[in-house]
Design a protein around this ligand. Structure first.
Ligand code: FES
Length: 140
């Protein structure tokens, strides 16, 4: 299926954009140092879902921050913006963990898009993607 090429040169630190891939919203965020540090500070054993859910990694990879982002491009978080509970679109920069909040039934995701509280069973999905050039992300 078609991939989507996204120019992220205008996305500054602390900003997000939403693009559409296969009819789904994909959140692309350039995270702040603080957001990355907060995500790294959480022991994986504390996470409700300890898997990376990252299509670019082997099944079973753990949900460390780098496994949720991309080696060398840790600031960038790319994920399908669909709550893993019943499919609502979470709100950004919201919730108890400074990441995303799904208002449908109250799921809180952290700054790596990992579920931390509420009914959602899994971390938001990281789709297949790669950096084609420094400022371009190809999703799919
Ligand atoms: Fe997000 Fe239910 S759909 S909490």
């Amino acid at each position: 299926l078609a991939s989507v090429e996204v120019d992220v040169s205008a996305v500054e630190v602390g900003q997000s954009i939403t693009v559409t891939w296969r009819g789904k919203p994909v959140f692309i965020r350039q995270r702040t140092e603080k957001e990355i540090a907060e995500a790294n500070a959480v022991p994986i054993s504390d996470l409700p879902d300890q898997f990376a859910r990252n299509a670019n990694l082997e099944d079973g990879a753990d949900a460390s921050d780098v496994n949720r982002s991309s080696t060398g491009k840790e600031a960038w978080l790319v994920m399908v913006g669909i709550c893993t509970h019943l499919g609502c679109v979470p709100l950004g920069e919201a919730g108890d963990f400074g990441g995303w909040f799904c208002p449908c039934h109250g799921s809180h995701y952290d700054t790596a898009g990992r579920i931390r509280k509420g009914p959602a069973p899994e971390n938001m999905l990281v789709p297949p993607y790669q950096f084609a050039e420094n400022d371009t992300i190809v999703v799919g």
